[in-house]
Write a protein that binds this ligand. Structure first.
Ligand code: AGP
Length: 367
């Protein structure tokens, strides 16, 4: 087992560090620079069929569901098709309406999550078309889908998922490209996104280099009984995933909110004892995000920002973890990585069993 760890103290640490190569594997042979398009033959969909979908519905559980939300936003932005993500565990219990012109996407690392597998079965029974975004080759969900895109993340052992989630997000960017390029997305925009996808492995390395700084901040985060994780639009599923990872392995209460919703209630909880991790990318919402950070600081709440170099925090006394900029549509991919390291180092500080957190299984195969 030690050999498999390759010198790392935990599988989670190893899997976080593997992300640059894991993303390389995900994109290898799938990007066509000349035509600005992703070639996803495994989807088994012709350009005409891809053009025929008027909606996308993404289904997954836990972190896979949150990455599904990241994917839905990418698809809406790049392909301009209505897209949303839903917890597969809820979907299958509400007699969902299955539409022939909807592309359903099931997303799962293990391919064995029972709630997601049953959602696929329900869609197929009612005549829907399901694509899989799955890591484990030949798994139940992969076999049940009409086609799909394998994640090629390699084996993921730690219960807290990291590299598989990153590859899911990259997979959604490629699916968004495939759907976009048979619609309105221009060749130039396709090429812009492809160049950005190709740069991701190097940029992920740069984020991983900030680990010592993140480890310092994790000590303070571990000392709090409760934390907020906030973000909006592209940043909101990043905050949800950050809170999820933190809860899973540090056993601290961590709650994600849309930054815009703070003032509608949760701001009442802010004081010196409740720190906030704020996702503040240099996008069209940066000023609004900064205003929310200012409101938290004014009430004595500590803030750690996950942000870009060119966001101007002015006089705000806020420590920052800076990630490289990519194309705005892909920002969530890089913004999520520091939150993996934050959770990891908080759990390390607290001395918990990082790879096998209490009460959790790597894949939930029973109801
Ligand atoms: C992630 O850190 C979690 N352990 C969990 O939410 C997981 O993503 C979820 O159970 C779905 O698993 P799957 O991707 O194997 O379907």
């Amino acid at each position: 087992e030690d050999l498999d760890l390759g010198g790392f103290p935990h599988y989670m640490a190893k899997e976080i560090q593997e992300q640059p190569e894991s993303v390389e594997r995900m994109i290898r042979g799938r990007l066509d620079d000349r035509f600005g398009v992703a070639r996803l033959d495994g989807l088994n969909l012709t350009p005409r069929e891809l053009r025929g979908f008027s909606r996308v519905k993404i289904l997954g559980c836990g972190s896979a569901y949150y990455v599904g939300q990241i994917g839905a936003t990418m698809i809406e932005e790049l392909a301009r098709i209505p897209a949303d993500a839903e917890a597969a565990s809820e979907f299958r219990y509400r007699n969902p309406i299955i539409e022939a012109d909807t592309l359903y996407i099931a997303v799962s690392q293990s391919g064995e999550t029972i709630d997601t597998a049953f959602a696929v079965e329900e869609i197929k029974r009612k005549g829907g078309r399901v694509a899989g975004l799955v890591n484990v080759v030949g798994s139940t969900i992969a076999r049940a889908c009409d086609g799909g895109v394998y994640l090629h993340a390699g084996p993921e052992i730690a219960v807290a998922s990291t590299k598989a989630l990153t590859n899911m997000a990259v997979g959604f960017a490629m699916i968004a490209l495939a759907l976009g390029r048979v619609r309105d997305l221009s060749n130039a925009d396709g090429q812009r996104i492809i160049a950005a996808i190709r740069a991701l492995p190097g940029q992920i390395k740069a984020v991983l280099d900030t680990e010592p700084l993140i480890a310092e901040h994790a000590k303070a985060a571990a000392a709090a009984n409760s934390l907020f994780f906030i973000g909006r639009v592209r940043g909101y599923p990043v905050a949800r995933e950050g809170a999820q990872k933190f809860k899973e392995i540090s056993y601290r209460h961590a709650e994600a909110y849309q930054t815009s919703e703070l003032k509608h209630g949760p701001l009442a909880l802010i004081d010196e004892s409740l720190p906030t991790v704020a996702v503040v990318p240099a996008d069209e919402l940066a000023d609004r995000n900064l205003a929310a950070v200012q409101q938290i600081r004014a009430r004595g709440g500590a803030v750690l920002a996950i942000t870009h170099e060119d966001v101007d925090f002015g006089e705000l006394d806020v420590p920052r973890i800076v990630v490289p900029r990519t194309e705005p549509e892909l920002d969530p991919i890089l913004l999520t990585i520091p939150l993996q390291l934050l959770a990891y180092h908080a759990a390390l500080t607290l001395g918990y069993d990082i790879d096998k957190p209490r009460n959790l299984a790597k894949s939930v195969t029973v109801e």
